[in-house]
Design a protein around this ligand. Structure first.
Ligand code: ZN
Length: 204
């Protein structure tokens, strides 16, 4: 049997190879559904959000949600590699969404299937691979919070270099144009923004 690590890496490569811009995540949602099915997990899909709870879910126990997103932003022109070629060089896997948030997502999904059939856990586990995170769209995690069982605690996967972030700084959305080198909060980019930012900038 393949190691869970290898299985997670292969899922991540499939997700990278499949375009999943915010609100267009139907193909990656289908991949995640297939992966959960292969692991014997009974899951639900609400639009492009795929979610499940542990096999021995007990409503008298508190529930921990494992969440991350499978949508990506569009690749910027600064890409020197094919953003959809999920190749491994050294100990790094490259590709659009590998870091934000594919790596976290496949780790959380693997954690979930590891505990899925375990009996007598102190907590329930729920997992949600959600959509429209990058666009803060209406059909992402927010849209299923009323459908999921009541959540007592959540672990949300985002690229934080394994540092625990206990709160979100906030979200500021500006419609503007900018000249300069495109970037992302996850990367070092020392060039100053000269306004006219073309597209919506997230500050997170
Ligand atoms: Zn993210």
């Amino acid at each position: 049997m393949k190691e869970q690590y290898q299985i997670a890496v292969e899922l991540l490569q499939k997700l990278i190879q499949t375009q999943s811009f915010s609100s267009e995540e139907h193909n990656t949602a289908a991949i995640i559904e297939g992966w959960l099915k292969d692991h014997g997990v009974t899951f639900n899909r609400t639009q492009n959000n795929v979610w499940a709870v542990n096999k021995y879910f007990d409503e008298n126990k508190p529930t921990i949600l494992l969440n991350s997103h499978h949508d990506t932003v569009r690749p910027n022109k600064g890409y020197t590699n094919d953003p959809y070629d999920a190749f491994i060089e050294g100990d790094k896997l490259y590709g659009l969404g590998s870091n934000d948030a594919g790596g976290c997502l496949v780790s959380l999904l693997s954690t979930f299937v590891h505990f899925y059939e375990q009996k007598n856990m102190k907590y329930n586990l729920a997992v949600a691979a959600t959509a429209e995170e990058e666009s803060s769209g209406p059909n992402g995690l927010n849209s299923i919070l009323g459908i999921l069982p009541e959540i007592d605690f959540a672990i949300v996967g985002e690229p934080t270099e394994m540092h625990l972030a206990i709160a979100e700084k906030g979200l500021l959305v500006i419609d503007a144009y900018a000249k300069g080198i495109a970037g992302h909060a996850a990367h070092e980019n020392t060039e100053k923004c000269h306004y006219e930012c073309h597209s919506r900038y997230r500050v997170d």
